[in-house]
Write a protein of this length. Structure first.
Length: 205
């Protein structure tokens, strides 16, 4: 397991899903990856804001991809996050906090002009609910509202934990796309990251 920031960074960058992992139509957004040390925090008003990277985290990165708007369809935006903790218990605590956030704030302000509503979450530890591949997993679903779109779109966050590493794939729907299409892209990216992570951890053991 990674014990230093440098080792954690190599692992995270080797695992995080890029546009090709979501599907052939996806491209990099600008900026493509998050700033080093960035860590979003859900405040008491249920608004996301910039926070400080927890001491338990060795490294965390988010990669942003999208299908640009075309042919009457809106821009379909997705993101993948890999977080490497110093200890397995800290990664477990991150999973618990993520579940708690949806319970505490079923309606959340992502940024100006973007929010999610009716958020529901479900945790699935290994050996339950068909989870036979990761130590723990959770899924959040709700409606995505964007001032640039007409009507609500699908929103889905899928996160898994293997040992001290969490990986997440998030989809913010757009006009012209079905929930089945966005779910397929999310599952594809998540499975690719899980497979990469297991290979990386195996190579380091």
């Amino acid at each position: 397991m990674p014990r230093t920031e440098a080792a954690a960074q190599r692992l995270a960058l080797a695992v995080v899903a890029g546009p090709d992992d979501w599907g052939p139509e996806y491209v990099k957004r600008s900026p493509y990856v998050s700033e080093p040390g960035s860590w979003p925090v859900l405040d008491t008003s249920c608004e996301w804001e910039a926070g400080t990277l927890p001491r338990s985290v060795l490294y965390s990165v988010t990669a942003y991809s999208e299908i640009p708007a075309s042919g009457g369809k809106g821009p379909l935006r997705v993101a993948a996050t890999v977080t490497v903790h110093g200890a397995e218990s800290d990664a477990d605590w991150e999973m618990a906090e993520t579940l708690e956030e949806a319970l505490r704030c079923p309606d959340q302000q992502l940024r100006e002009g973007e929010r999610i509503t009716g958020l529901m979450s479900l945790g699935t530890p290994y050996g339950t609910g068909g989870n036979n591949t990761t130590t723990d997993s959770l899924i959040e679903r709700g409606s995505y509202l964007n001032d640039a779109f007409k009507g609500p779109q699908f929103y889905s966050w899928f996160q898994t934990r293997t040992a001290q590493v969490t990986v997440a794939a998030v989809v913010k729907g757009a006009p012209g796309y079905t929930e089945a299409e966005t779910n397929a892209a999310q599952v594809r990216a998540a499975v690719i990251m899980q497979d990469r992570l297991k290979k990386q951890l195996g190579a380091q053991s």
